[in-house]
Design a protein around this ligand. Sequence first.
Ligand SMILES: Nc1ncnc2c1ncn2[C@@H]1O[C@H](COP(=O)(O)OP(=O)(O)OP(=O)(O)O)[C@@H](O)[C@H]1O
Ligand SMILES: [Mg+2]
Length: 516
Amino acid sequence: MTKVVVGAADQAVVRELRALLAEIEGTEILSIVESSHELSAMVARLKPSVVLLHDALGPQSAPDVVREIVFRSPTTGVLVLNSGMDGDTALLAMEAGAKGVVRYPMGFDDLLSRFEVARQWSERMSGLISGAVADTARDLGRHGRVTVFAGAKGGVGTTTIATHMAIDLQRKVPGTKVCLVDLDLQAGDVSGIIEARQRVSIADVAKVSEDLSAGTILDALVRHESGISLLLAPQQVHESEYVTASAVRAILGLLRQEFDVILVDGGSHATPAQAAAIEVADAAVVVVTADVLAMRSFRRSVQAWEGLGVRSEQELHVVANKVSRDDALTFDALGKLTSASVVSTWLPSAFRSLERSVNSRNPDEIREASWWSALERIGAEIGVSGASAVPTPTSEPKRRGRRRAKAEAGQVAIETVALVPVVALICLLAWQVGLTALAFVWNGHAANAATRAHAIGEDPGAAARDAVPDSMRDSVHVTVLHDGSVTVSTKVPVLCPGCAALPGEISQTSDVVEEP
Ligand SMILES: Nc1ncnc2c1ncn2[C@@H]1O[C@H](COP(=O)(O)OP(=O)(O)OP(=O)(O)O)[C@@H](O)[C@H]1O
Ligand SMILES: [Mg+2]
């Protein structure tokens, strides 16, 4: 079905177009709008195959409207109905990207033939952009995936992530052809992070983008010692003007045929080049930090991309970088602030190790395996290499926490085992103290009984033994001294042999008071 949007305020023109389009099989009118601004927005949203634009539609001029539509929806073929344009304006409309001019009042055959041209062009263009030419490329053996990284704002770590991920991919899957494109045209700094001697840049390739060949691109690439290929940003900022949206589309299209994985550092500025890359990429990732400023900038970028019809918020991935405990926002809060899919693995703030690697321009200086494995999990979740394996939603800090918790549990177990003898000894000591105190009480009781029995002429020994519990009876020893006093001794049961401070025997002497 060929989807059509009509831009015409004149109702006679609208009626006529409705009638003629109804006769073209497989055609559907999605919308009819009455101003050029409305038309641009509608096209960005609906991405129709064909737009029929009446030249009298205002307030913008027909060439301007065509230019905007082509920018917002490069797969749309625009036909202009000419009811009042002079030859020059018609030519300008064609130069702006119109696929044909239909004279008004129009005949069916005239409209049909031009409509067919626009429709076929749109089909071919959609194929090219979505990578469907891919069929040819795939037949030849390659159809690389393009992932664009854009910063929510400057300095969030976009270049670091794109560059390190490219190197990590190359290292972990040898044989993969990885290309890193520095599309941060204002301040490209891939070569600030890794050692790369620049000869030519993406601007040199863009200059010949109309007539681009694989050879031209391959010549412009710099081979890094890690094995990845680099297409670097221009050193002179003014050169960036050559890198237009259509040049970016053409360059990325060709790179798809030469590489398995193409990672693009799109920078943090919303430029036409960045927008074009985000539009044609298989995945677009916005790098954020967990603070209000970054999230505000993120929102502005999303609004710009949505306004241009480049990509909706839901189609974006968000990666959080430099995450630390001091962040103003928690990682969970990020998910509540956006409908984009927030990658479940984040990158911790790793200032010291990154600083070392930046100073030496050597990412291998980062020895922490956790950094590289986090990048790997992020890449897998986004699907940078086509494998859409979504890892278990963990993040490095969380994992580290879990590991630490495990270690702590182990430590507690070891400490518990070490404490057992100490606790047992304390219990034994307490028990021994208790026994000694009990022996003291019962021995006193026995001594009183023995003294009383002796005073009335009975057996003090028997009285003493009767006064104590059965278990102590055998250990009670009674002695009647010459002066008539009675000594009762009781052995204290020994549970804790080391407790020398406690007596092994309790002995008490009671005097017999003689009645006068
Ligand atoms: N996870 C991190 N922890 C600590 N520092 C980081 C982290 N990621 C990046 N950095 C540091 O932040 C600084 C900016 O990083 P980078 O150049 O990658 O950001 P950028 O978003 O590309 O910036 P620009 O807008 O300038 O292009 C660098 O010094 C880099 O080493
Ligand atoms: Mg950068």
